[in-house]
Design a protein around this ligand. Structure first.
Ligand code: SF4
Length: 134
């Protein structure tokens, strides 16, 4: 497989979080917020795409990297993006970073930082010329 260095601007890096109803879902949400505030990429509405809202579908066309942060392996965000036919280029699962899923909203800043670091590590890798990763 051929790879190329990523020349994407932050506006072309779309970040989706599952934003699920658990600690890990909300950590995914807060990580997407922080990555956007830090100008790494742009937090984008997963629900808008999942609902096939025309304006959202249109504005997602600027995306060159599609970053999904899921809370757990149920993978709701990933399934949505793949179902819609967008290239999933960068994928992080919060619960696979040693953060246990709980049905509460007690979030730890260090966990949010850990997820942000994992996303940045993914984005530091060259992109396959096909624009798709596993
Ligand atoms: S991926 Fe897990 S945490 Fe996120 S919405 Fe789905 S079930 Fe909830």
């Amino acid at each position: 497989m051929e790879f190329e260095e990523c020349q994407c601007t932050p506006a072309e890096i779309l970040i989706f979080s599952c934003s699920g109803a658990s600690n890990v879902g909300q950590i995914s949400n807060q990580a997407a917020v922080k990555l956007t505030r830090d100008n790494v990429g742009k937090f984008f509405c997963l629900a808008g795409l999942g609902g096939h809202v025309p304006a959202m579908v249109e504005s997602a066309k600027v995306g060159r990297r599609f970053v999904v942060i899921d809370g757990c392996p149920i993978a709701c965000g990933k399934e949505t993006i793949v179902h819609l036919g967008y290239p999933l280029t960068d994928y992080v699962v919060v619960s696979e970073l040693g953060i246990k899923k709980r049905h509460n909203f007690d979030l730890d800043d260090s966990d949010i930082e850990k997820v942000c670091a994992a996303v940045k590590e993914k984005l530091g890798r060259p992109l396959p010329v096909t624009g798709k990763l596993d």
